[in-house]
Design a protein around this ligand. Structure first.
Ligand code: UD1
Ligand code: UDP
Length: 369
């Protein structure tokens, strides 16, 4: 039987986290030759994660530029990806999520008639501008995909409502839980913080929050620090200059705020584990933190991940300063409120998503051979 050549595309940090279990599971299979294409839409943050999982790209487009513009990035990526796919001629392409890399991988595959598998398919807010441009990216990738690997039943339902054929949609769980399981036990040393102090972990990077909303988040953090002597902030700052400038200007220099470079995946998981509470607008962190039993306040007006909100372990607080401060204060003051949000549940998967994806692709390969 001919081997299936499967091209796994990764561009940014979260794609590397969530594709790593799929890449490693595929590489263990005798029926496929697995190739890894890094667009390097992110550079350092992509490399950090690939190294943590011991994955080396076969092709690296090295596309990142400082403060890159979406149109220019998309155009450069489409041209270079087309050249690689034409040269490699894979039998299938896989990518995860909703970034520029994913949308371009789906489109470049479509132009060449190569079937595209969408990992983490079917997430929707229903608002094309929130998150921007991710909602449009995943809608487009979904229209172009041959296989839709939906993490949950509600993401499957979103796809069915849009008319996606039911036989092309598979509920697999989210591979982010596989990634967490893979590194469980290796997560690293306790995160240093003052004795008796409670650590609040913060991350924020969404484009729709640049400017005033991010300023409100920073003010809310300053408010929490003023009201609570025992609170310490750990904030690994996203390297996007629109984030970095404001966060350093507003929070830099406070004695109980630690602004760091993005943490490697293992220390970041340790930081989630050791935190009392997490404030974030990240998609992946909304999925990981519930599995680690940590309450999350989401710094966004909506989420495409409603399952943890429904389970009561994640709360949408938006970017209004007063609302953020009040919600965090409640969790700092009220042990019962805290306990209900720190249950330790995993609505996004059981850690076996990658195996299910590989099985589906193997069945397809066997049926074509
Ligand atoms: C991108 C994704 C977003 C995802 C996020 C995860 C798009 C449009 N956005 O947002 O969906 O949630 O990644 O983090 O696909 N930079 C570095 N080093 C890095 C990475 C980024 O310096 O390793 C800086 C560069 O100046 C770069 C800028 O950040 O130009 C923006 O990177 P980009 O990938 O365009 O957008 P993100 O905001 O990172
Ligand atoms: N993460 C990390 N180091 C950090 C911050 C986040 O390794 O300093 C990991 C986190 O555990 C999660 C992923 O990066 O798996 C989320 O990436 P990000 O928030 O950039 O993107 P999103 O998930 O919002 O698309």
């Amino acid at each position: 039987m001919n081997k299936a050549k499967i091209m796994c595309v990764v561009g940014t940090r979260p794609e590397a986290v969530k594709m790593a279990p799929v890449i490693l599971a595929l590489k263990a299979q005798p029926w496929t030759e697995t190739r890894v294409l890094a667009t390097a839409q992110h550079r350092q943050m992509l490399d950090q994660v690939l190294q943590a999982f011991g994955i080396e790209p076969d092709v690296d487009l090295d596309l990142m530029q400082p403060n890159q513009n979406l149109t220019a990035l998309t155009a450069r990526m489409l041209t270079s990806m087309d050249a690689v796919l034409q040269a490699e001629r894979p039998s299938a392409v896989l990518a995860q999520g909703d970034t520029t890399t994913v949308m371009v991988a789906a489109l470049a595959s479509f132009y060449l008639g190569i079937p595209f598998g969408h990992v983490e398919a079917g997430l929707r807010t229903g608002d094309m501008r929130r998150p921007f441009p991710e909602e449009m990216n995943r809608v487009l990738a979904g229209r172009l995909a041959r296989w839709h690997f939906a993490p949950t039943e509600s993401s499957r339902q979103n796809l069915l409502r849009e008319g996606t054929p039911a036989e092309d949609v598979f509920v697999t769980g989210n591979t982010v839980i596989d990634a967490l399981h893979t590194i469980a036990g290796r997560a690293g040393d306790p995160v240093p913080h003052g004795a008796g102090r409670r650590l609040i972990l913060v991350t924020a990077h969404r484009r729709e929050s640049f400017g005033q909303p991010l300023a409100e988040v920073c003010n809310a953090i300053l408010g929490l620090l003023a009201r609570n002597d025992d609170v310490e902030i750990l904030y690994p700052v996203h390297p996007n200059p629109n984030v970095r400038r404001m966060v350093h200007e507003m929070l830099g220099g406070h004695p109980r705020v630690r602004l760091t470079e993005p943490l490697d995946y293992l220390p970041f998981v340790a930081a989630m584990r050791d935190s009392y509470l997490i404030l974030t607008d990240s998609g992946g962190v909304q999925e990981e933190a519930p599995a680690l039993g940590k309450p999350v306040l989401v710094l966004r007006e909506e989420t495409e991940r409603p399952e943890a909100v429904a389970a009561g372990v994640v709360k949408l607080v938006g970017t209004n300063g007063a609302r953020i401060t009040d919600s965090a204060q409640e969790l700092l003051d009220d042990p019962a409120a805290y306990r209900t949000m720190a249950k330790g549940i995993s609505p996004y998967g059981d850690g076996k998503a990658a195996g299910r994806i590989v099985d589906i692709l193997q069945r397809h390969h066997a049926s074509c051979s």
